[in-house]
Design a protein around this ligand. Structure first.
Ligand code: NIG
Ligand code: FE
Length: 442
């Protein structure tokens, strides 16, 4: 298994603390924590239950990759004997972050477009001049599987260092059948080689590629009749997605593409109402999508439709900042409407070149008015729920997979309060210590 350079395998640096009156054995215990901060349950949290629970004085016991006990530290020390004990050093333990929307498989970056936006050009202007998503196609089409895999693994290392233990990952920079399947295969291979869990999404409907510029109907035919069936047949994607926006795929096109994906058994995620109020949220509700993502321009009727259909809103608060867009997703109105919002980076080379969920949490507080405890739930259990994984991921409780992140902060409020420093000291994935920050010695 490939691991980041500083990740430890098989040699734990922590002192073994003596267990008294041990009656049960475990693989790992985490002790000496200022707080365990976690949402609870097996579904997305809404309204008042959105705020994660925060408790002091707890220790967490892990056996065979699962959390088997969470209890007062003195009871845990008295009742459990473990091979390894992690000293939390007065930090905070949270569930691994689940990043519910990323585009991590690209080859080549787009810093020149960033400069153009900073100088006043809009995202759509740049896209219509041949930049944007289209400018990422060449790199992916020309790159070999090995090259794509190498780059993706480096990005997964970075996710892990930032406390992200599961990412939804979209294709969408190939836009031919062959290149999209190549990207899905690379996602599969990366998932087998790296501790970060990958949820693969086919985003062939990210844009109309230049060779179909004047034949967009033909590209939609290709998507519906060839690409989606081959992707479904391959078993390499859990979800399909579409960029529903008037300069890309309008409502009718999106309905057609997503219905075809749904009929082939794929789950649906959709980029909707990001740049204009097109009514994509209503369409996501009509189609029974698992998630409606972005939603900066969603209408009140769109919110009601999402709530009635139980669609998860996936919010990407760094994207408007990155695009110079003033409109923000109405997160508070979503919470009032009874929705279970999730947070994500939207990591991609164009509209958000950021992998850090801690930075997303701070921005969710500053722009949406979420408390640290609310933002934590949105970035863990609610994100897992949007990906159909809330039974296994997203919280620290008995029976869940032990995806744990130790933060070197005195309390969970630092998750939003502190900006620009990575607070992650240790990451455990399915009970394995997979990352430990190298300490600088003075
Ligand atoms: O989510 N909206 C479409 N996709 C990305 C942008 C991708 C790109 O510009 O390369 C997004 O913002
Ligand atoms: Fe996106």
């Amino acid at each position: 298994m490939r691991r980041p350079g500083r990740v430890l395998v098989g040699s734990l640096p922590y002192s073994l603390l003596p267990m008294r009156r041990a009656t049960e054995t475990a693989d790992l215990i985490v002790v000496n924590l200022a707080e365990v901060a976690t949402p609870l349950g097996q579904e997305g949290c809404r309204a008042e239950s959105l705020a994660a629970t925060v408790r002091a004085g707890l220790a967490v016991v892990v056996e065979r990759g699962l959390v088997v006990a969470v209890g007062p530290e003195d009871e845990v020390r008295a009742g459990w004997q473990a091979d390894d004990v992690i000293d939390g050093q007065g930090g905070v333990l949270v569930p691994g972050f689940v990043d519910a929307h990323t585009h991590p498989i690209f080859f080549g970056t787009r810093e020149d477009e960033f400069e153009q936006r900073v100088a006043g050009k809009s995202y759509v202007e740049i896209a219509q001049a041949g930049g944007g998503i289209r400018s990422s196609l060449r790199g992916v089409r020309d790159a070999s599987r090995e090259e794509l895999l190498e780059q993706l693994l480096l990005r997964l290392d970075r996710f892990l260092e930032l406390g992200t233990t599961c990412v939804e990952a979209k294709t969408g920079y190939g836009l031919t059948c062959e290149d999209e399947l190549k990207c899905l295969e690379v996602l599969r291979d990366a998932g087998l080689a790296h501790p970060v869990e990958i949820v693969p999404t086919f985003l062939g409907a990210h844009d109309v590629p230049p060779e179909y510029k004047d034949r967009r109907e033909a590209y939609i035919e290709l998507l519906v009749n060839e690409m989606l069936p081959q992707v479904a047949e391959s078993g390499l994607a859990e979800y399909c997605d579409v960029f529903t926006e008037s300069h890309v795929f309008g409502l009718e096109d999106s309905r057609r593409i997503m219905s075809a994906g749904r009929d082939l058994g794929l789950g649906l995620r959709m980029h909707v109402d990001q740049l204009t109020a097109l009514g994509g949220a209503e369409l996501a509700a009509e189609l029974g999508a698992a998630s409606a993502d972005h939603l900066e321009c969603v209408s009140p009727a769109g919110l009601e439709a999402l709530a009635a259909a139980g669609v998860a809103p996936v919010l990407c608060p760094l994207v408007p900042l990155y695009l110079g867009q003033t409109q923000e997703a109405p997160a508070r109105a979503m919470i009032r409407a009874g929705l279970a919002p999730a947070l994500a980076t939207d990591f991609n080379p164009g509209s958000c070149f950021v992998q850090s969920m801690p930075e997303v949490l701070t921005w969710a507080a500053l722009r949406y008015g979420l408390s640290a405890a609310e933002a934590l739930t949105a970035a863990t259990l609610n994100a897992a729920a949007s990906l159909g994984r809330a039974d296994r991921l997203g919280s620290i409780e008995v029976g869940k997979q032990a995806d744990l992140v130790l933060l070197d902060v005195p309390n969970h409020k630092f998750l939003t309060y502190e900006f620009g420093r990575n607070p992650v000291r240790t990451v455990i994935k399915a009970g394995e210590l997979v990352y430990e920050r190298a300490e600088v010695e003075f």
